[in-house]
Design a protein around this ligand. Structure first.
Ligand code: HEM
Length: 181
């Protein structure tokens, strides 16, 4: 994945656990990269190894870490100059979730080697919807829960999210029932 993701992970770990922790996690992951360059594409394996080492070192379940990281990603991209992309993608949670593929198409104009996920929405109502998530990458559904929560916070909404389809349980994609309070 692009260095932007690894930098967000670095910022997230440093913010909550300090720089020394991040350096130890990188060493334990066997990642010999001093600075991640935002616009450089790195093997996915690096990101997965960093997440694995962070979980072991901080004694956190991968699902919990990925969920918190998803929430952080919404804040991080907002601060890193992509807030207008998020704003332009929709003025309600339903709208932005429907426009996630367009959003990543725009991101792909800046990051040409992007391998984005894909999303679609069904059962869209005033008080909720179902979000369908498709990706080449395994194991990132908990991050999507955090991303949805982060978007909810952006719109000042309290959400209840239930994973209704799970690739780990044999479904062909992950899906999430979202209720908006
Ligand atoms: C302006 C804000 C955003 C930017 C700049 C952005 C950019 C990116 C980038 C660079 C990647 C790594 C993919 C690669 O390097 O091949 C990525 C992955 C991903 N993005 Fe976004 N993104 C944004 C917002 C969102 C939002 C709001 C969601 C909400 C669901 C989302 C869902 C994901 C997921 C789940 C992945 C993991 C990759 C995968 O599932 O295959 N992104 N995004």
């Amino acid at each position: 994945m692009y260095g932007l993701v690894n930098r967000a992970l670095q910022e997230f770990i440093c913010k909550h656990h300090g720089d020394a922790s991040w350096q130890a996690i990188k060493a334990a992951a066997g990642v010999d990269v001093e600075f991640f360059v935002r616009m450089e594409s790195y093997p996915d394996d690096i990101t997965y190894r960093l997440v694995g080492a962070a979980c072991a070192s901080l004694n956190i379940e991968a699902a919990a870490l990925l969920r918190d990281f998803g929430r952080h990603w919404v804040l991080f991209t907002g601060q890193e100059g992509y807030g207008s992309l998020l704003d332009g993608a929709g003025s309600s949670l339903q709208e932005i979730l429907a426009n996630l593929d367009d959003l990543h198409v725009r991101v792909g104009l800046m990051y040409p080697a992007l391998k984005p996920p894909s999303f679609s929405c069904s059962d869209v109502r005033d008080d909720g919807l179902t979000l369908h998530y498709f990706s080449e990458r395994p194991g990132l559904a908990p991050m999507v829960v955090g991303l949805i929560e982060g978007l909810g916070e952006r719109f000042g909404k309290i959400l209840t999210i239930r994973q209704s389809g799970d690739r780990n349980a044999g479904a062909d994609h992950d899906s999430f029932d979202i209720r908006i309070a």
